[in-house]
Design a protein around this ligand. Sequence first.
Ligand code: ATP
Length: 347
Amino acid sequence: MSDQPLLVADNITLHYALRLPGGLWGQSATLKAVNGVSFHLNRGEVLALVGESGCGKSTTARLALGQLAPNSGEVRFEGVPVPVDRGPEWRRLRARMQMIYQDPLGALDRRLPILNQIAEPFDIHRKDMPKAERLERAAALMRSVGLRADQATNFPHELSGGQRQRVVIARALALDPSLLVCDEPVSALDVSIQAQVLNLLDDLRQKTGFAALFISHDLKVVRQMADRVAVMYLGKIVEEGLPEEVFHNPLHPYTQALVSAAPSPRGTTRRERIVLSGDPPNPVNIPTGCAFHPRCPVAVANCRKEVPQLVRDAGRAAACHLVHTAGGSALRPAPNLARKQTTLESV
Ligand SMILES: Nc1ncnc2c1ncn2[C@@H]1O[C@H](COP(=O)(O)OP(=O)(O)OP(=O)(O)O)[C@@H](O)[C@H]1O
């Protein structure tokens, strides 16, 4: 099998033209939801997208799936540009790329028994398969996600939230996809059920080998699931690396603040909480230079003027003037904030 990445996003942008409420006729603004995002996802790998609400995670996922057409840039899946015209080629690719949403009830048909819903992908893409075999395969998928055979005739409202998400997962895996896009897949579930569903996803990934683009605002969940993490701020990736690196030694001042706000895992170094000042980010009015500079506690004059590039070095990447060492490509944590890291003993 080719060792090219499964999914590549190459400098994609998605801008929405907004009509301003109360504005004069013709007044509009541009909302830059995704503003030059590049990443790759290898086969079998889990890349997590993290960042504050509204930073562009879901839009990036929808661009990756070809549900939205980028204004510029390109998404390639298995080496092929992802079409957005919803023709036969898009449908063929979509069978290999599936999505799991936050709200399983919204993703399911309330009037259809769950076995039939799990068999739907076969009904659409495997019309050559006899009906009995489609249902047999759906029953096997039910078992693989831990649902009981006697639940086959249940309707979604007769199941718990966790069981519904299992139905969605079974249906998503029916055609043996190579990519699963999981957009906050457990955030609507009780905490006790979250762990079960995450363990299920992890087990299934190890058995079937799908890759996942995993969106979550919960860094604890990301720590458990991700092989690599990309941090987004105002439509751009500002840092990328292995979870242990990003969470224990964040480079970008924004990542430092994000990580400092999350509960530390037991027995690890606790960081001093970094409280960001300034207004929450607004994708209609992106600041000049580094978009984070108005809230950045360590910004210098240059940060207001020049847009930092995402510099990659030894598997890590960061877009911040302060983390790029002069003249070289090596990266080091942004100054000052790093010094605020404190141990449990000292707080
Ligand atoms: N159809 C749309 N029209 C206009 N603006 C949109 C549209 N969809 C999303 N946006 C805006 O694009 C920005 C990015 O949204 P997106 O849903 O991708 O963010 P997100 O990081 O996934 O947020 P959340 O974690 O809250 O889901 C937001 O400011 C959002 O309001």
